[in-house]
Design a protein around this ligand. Structure first.
Ligand code: AHR
Length: 502
């Protein structure tokens, strides 16, 4: 017998307003993310500044909003001054994070120019590994002060008369990780992050800060890192970061498909810790999450033996995805949206070539990986508010995450557009009949219904094979005023657009 799930939504069950920055991404100086990724002078689609037009176009299609830069681990030994000014004068250096040669052909100014071309917002990280508050404040002055000071006049001499007006700043990256150059204890990091934020804010009082949370749930010892960091930085920062990567291990598909449950639990743990710090201060300030690295990630070819030879653009962490990865990515993004009340920013790590939805060949084509499709659909259509969907789902027991809902759901409602968007992930090996009671909505009709089914094929290496993973029309969806009914295939991610009025 087919199992059933029942979901109830109402226009007044508002969980939170969707901050468009949830559809962010990440470009690090790592492997081929920058060089032969976003930038490749001489490529047939390159513009006058050397940026690949095909990658820019796919970035827009993906619906990317903010883009974090320049790292990642890279930022912890980055000297930003190397990357500004006349290109001929810029040094080549060994990047200590990835042991590659950094030519510094692209730096802050060029990256900001690229964000303007792609209609995205830069999110800048500062080096708190080998450097500190003074260099970070100097970078804010270089970027955001209109003129009349040493650093701002340097920017103007470099050809950028108008300030870059960068609003979002990350105070370092994964400073808890022993792999990080200059990694610190929570106490030491908390102090330097607070100091840097205060100095940077004196340069530009309008900017926002992200403090580093722990670099994964496994690294997070009962919220201790976040607690100590926030005890130091609570008054200085707006967001705390969450980083989370998932992968299928030992053929355990159900645990992998249930990654979103662990992701959500991790986010709730960090929120609870932030609120506990607030409570100890009798503060009603709510620190929100910047989930500034999330994705599916398998390959681990960046450290040690396979990277002994110093190269300029090595093929590092170029994961090739299959359909099950696309299903999980759809569920992870749905999980972020479902928590829109506390998730302000999220960056898929990363945008191009490095664990990315967009791949390129130097001198050749750019294409969409399987994971591109659910992100683009949600970024293009999920807007307005996330609704608190009451869900009664069959349960599934997984080896890694215990008992979870077999069907996970996200529902967004845009009252202006008159559209409900529904994402449904069926983590189980059987189809599930789903009823969505949309109480309080009238004139409901179906605009679109598609699904990605996780087949048992492996990674899709070519543009053509990845395109075969494009979401396919989902038949048998019945929309009436009071309810929508459908059957979600086993191991799938489904996407519905329902026109309605509230
Ligand atoms: O996204 C790749 C790497 O993963 C980032 O540089 C680092 O922050 C994380 O460990």
């Amino acid at each position: 017998m087919t199992s059933t799930a029942r979901i109830t939504v109402h226009p007044s069950f508002v969980r939170g307003h969707i901050d468009r920055r949830i559809f962010g991404s990440f470009v690090e100086h790592l492997g081929r993310a920058v060089y032969t990724g976003i930038y490749e002078p001489g490529h047939p689609t390159a513009d006058a500044d050397g940026f690949r037009g095909d990658v820019a176009e796919l970035t827009r299609e993906l619906g990317t909003t903010v883009v974090r830069y320049p790292g990642g681990n890279f930022v912890s030994n980055y000297i930003w001054e190397d990357g500004v000014g006349p290109r001929d004068d810029r040094p080549s250096r060994i990047d200590l994070a990835w042991r590659t040669i950094e030519p510094n052909e692209i730096g802050t100014d060029e990256f900001v120019a690229w964000t303007k071309k792609t209609g995205t917002e830069p999110m800048m990280a500062v080096n708190l590994g080998t450097r500190g508050a003074a260099e970070a404040a100097a970078l804010v002055e270089y970027c955001n002060t209109s003129g009349g000071t040493t650093w701002s006049e340097l920017r103007r001499r470099n050809g950028y008369d108008e300030p870059h007006a960068i609003r979002l700043w990350c105070l370092g990256n994964e400073m808890d990780g022993p792999w990080q150059i200059g990694h610190k204890t929570a106490d030491d990091y908390g102090k330097i992050a607070s100091q840097a934020a205060q100095a940077m804010r004196r340069v530009d009082p309008t900017i926002e800060f992200v403090a580093c949370g722990s670099s994964s749930r496994e690294m997070d010892t009962f919220g201790e890192w976040e607690r100590v960091v926030l005890e130091h930085t609570f008054d200085d920062v707006d967001y705390i970061s969450v980083h989370a990567y998932y992968q299928e291990r030992d053929g355990d598909r159900q645990s992998f498909l249930a990654s979103g449950a662990s992701f959500e639990a991790f986010m709730h743990e960090v929120i609870a810790t932030a609120d506990a710090v607030a409570a100890r201060r009798h503060s009603d300030k709510r620190i929100r999450l910047s989930v500034d690295e999330w994705n599916v990630w398998y390959i681990d070819n960046f450290a040690g033996e396979d990277n002994l030879e110093l190269l300029e653009q090595p093929r590092l962490i170029e994961d090739v995805y299959s359909t099950i990865d696309a299903v999980v990515v759809g569920d992870l993004l749905g999980t972020l949206l479902r928590n829109a009340d506390r998730v302000a920013i999220a960056c898929l790590a990363q945008l191009v070539n490095v664990i990315a939805p967009i791949m390129t060949e130097p001198g050749g084509e750019a294409w969409r990986q399987t994971t591109f499709y659910p992100i683009a659909l949600l970024a293009q259509h999920a807007s307005g508010v996330a609704l608190d969907a009451r869900s009664d789902s069959p349960r599934l027991v997984t080896a890694k995450h215990g008992e979870v809902d077999a069907v996970s759901t996200v529902v967004t409602w845009n009252a202006d557009a008159g559209e409900l968007v529904v994402g449904l992930t069926n983590r189980s090996t059987e189809p599930v009949e789903v009823t969505i009671d949309h109480v309080g909505f009238v004139d409901a009709s179906l605009s679109d219904a598609r699904a990605i089914v996780a087949d048992h094929e492996g990674p899709r290496h070519t543009a053509e094979s990845a395109r075969a993973a494009e979401p396919q029309p989902l038949d048998g969806v019945s929309v009436r005023d009071a309810a929508t009914t459908l059957t979600v295939p086993a191991e799938s991610w489904s996407f519905l657009r329902i026109a309605a009025r509230a």
